[in-house]
Design a protein around this ligand. Structure first.
Ligand SMILES: [Zn+2]
Length: 466
């Protein structure tokens, strides 16, 4: 009998304990790193017993400032069993906490469960208070920009800023500290070939509180007329090209459909891969002076050639060729255009065997269709060093080098970078730098490789388009 009563009591006790007990509330808070005058902070609480108390505070210098304080009638026994999760937006910042000053602070969020045990949960994290607005002033220099080309601007951000750079329409170019000029920054930027010459551009400085400053800079754009051509797929050896890129026939459709897929969707994907290499850039100048063209080569295609592809008289695709096609003897040695570090040395779809060299601060050179690699990813290379041999891998009708350059992932006309005067006037002089001369080019740099129509070449088909 005693044993039965004891067992019943234990059971009842366990039942009551189970009834009133709870797990700690599950508290989730936005990971905010910077707060300004009035920064929203989302707080999410999951607790089936409901919330008895919720507090959001900012702490600084041993003082505490309340942003949100919610309290409900305490329930200890007749508790809620299925309270819905609560999401609440608190506003933190100097507007409601005038004593807060710029600098370090801490956000503390506490929540107490509405039951007998009143279990609490807390989230505390450090933030920066930034209320002084960012400022920025651009250099007073003249900026002449070729459509599809590059330019550089220096500027001085101030106040509370965390990010600064150049906007050109929808494009954003990063900035870096200007070597030798404390407090000053610079951005290499491009007016992408397809942007209107009237595209607005400015220097900006922002911080995560949403505050931003912008400054215009004097500039003049020279519109460019790009070449256009029609390519009859009947004249190209598309069977060889398509089956080299897609040997296992993974791309559906007939030969023309597979070619169009490679030429369009794969091109887009490959260009995205190239653009993403901007995140693998050194925060220093690896290059000196003008960039080397492949000398004595024939220019077979130019930057931003507008191409229409036809099959049996019908237009099947339109693409833009974002580089130079330079042909010489088959399997010609390819010199590194400048000092840098190899960030890509493997196959890349339409570019075939491809090398990308990072020259620092978001400037990179790209070499496509190689027959042979003579460097690997991670290698440091010197200007003029032979990095590989030309070939016809990828979307190439014949042996040539596809060469292009990119700034922060935007492909640009490399003619400018081949020109020592342009490099000096438009980049180096603006920075007060003399990177030229430190490492004399191993071959004469020229504005553009000269077409040498009569130069003997190894047997290679006339049409090399990619
Ligand atoms: Zn090409």
């Amino acid at each position: 009998m005693k044993a039965i009563i004891l067992a019943l009591l234990l059971l009842a006790g366990a039942g009551i304990y189970f009834y009133v007990s709870s797990d700690a509330p599950v508290l989730t808070v936005d990971s905010v790193k910077v707060i300004g005058n009035a920064t929203p902070l989302n707080v999410h609480v999951e607790d089936p017993h409901g919330i008895r108390r919720l507090d959001v505070e900012v702490r600084q210098d041993g003082k505490s400032y309340s942003a949100t304080s919610v309290e409900t009638t305490a329930r200890r026994f007749l508790i809620e069993r299925h309270a819905k999760p609560v999401t609440l937006t608190s506003t933190v910042g100097r507007k409601s906490m005038p004593a807060l000053h710029d600098g370090k602070a801490q956000i503390v969020v506490t929540v107490v469960s509405n039951d007998l045990r009143a279990v609490s949960a807390e989230k505390a994290f450090d933030v920066d208070v930034m209320t002084a607005p960012p400022t920025v002033s651009a250099d007073g220099l003249q900026h002449y920009i070729n459509q599809g080309g590059s330019e550089m601007v220096t500027f001085t951000p101030g106040g509370a800023w965390t990010e600064a750079g150049v906007k050109v329409g929808d494009y954003t170019f990063r900035s870096f500290p200007l070597p030798g000029h404390p407090g000053q920054y610079f951005s290499l930027f491009a007016l992408s070939w397809q942007l209107d010459p009237g595209t607005p551009m400015w220097v900006y400085a922002t911080n995560p509180t949403g505050a931003q400053a912008r400054s215009d800079f004097w500039h003049k754009v020279f519109p460019k007329q790009f070449h256009s051509s029609t390519i009859r797929l009947e004249d190209m050896n598309i069977d060889r090209i398509v089956n080299q890129i897609d040997p296992d026939h993974k791309i559906p459709g007939d030969l023309v459909a597979r070619f169009v897929y490679i030429n369009s969707a794969m091109r887009k994907e490959n260009n995205k891969t190239l653009a993403d290499l901007r995140f693998q850039t050194e925060p220093k100048f690896l290059w000196t002076g003008a960039f080397l063209p492949m000398v004595d080569s024939t220019v077979e295609a130019r930057f931003a050639d507008q191409r229409t592809y036809t099959w049996q008289g019908k237009t099947v695709d339109k693409q833009v060729h974002l580089g130079f096609d330079l042909a010489k003897l088959a399997h010609s040695p390819i010199p590194a255009s400048n000092d840098g570090k190899v960030v890509w040395a493997e196959n890349l779809g339409i570019y075939g065997n491809c090398i990308v060299i990072d020259h620092g601060f978001g400037l990179q050179s790209i070499y496509g269709h190689l027959s042979e690699f003579l460097v690997k990813k991670g290698d440091a290379v010197k200007k003029g060093q032979i990095i590989g041999k030309t070939g016809s891998t990828g979307l190439a009708g014949g042996d040539h080098l596809h060469f292009t350059m990119q700034i922060d992932g935007v492909q640009v006309n490399s003619v400018e970078w081949w020109d020592p005067h342009w490099v000096k006037d438009r980049v180096l002089s603006k920075m007060g730098l003399t990177l030229e001369g430190a490492d004399a080019p191993t071959a004469p740099a020229e504005p553009e490789p000269k077409a040498k129509a009569h130069k003997a070449k190894a047997a290679a088909p006339k049409k090399r388009h990619h």
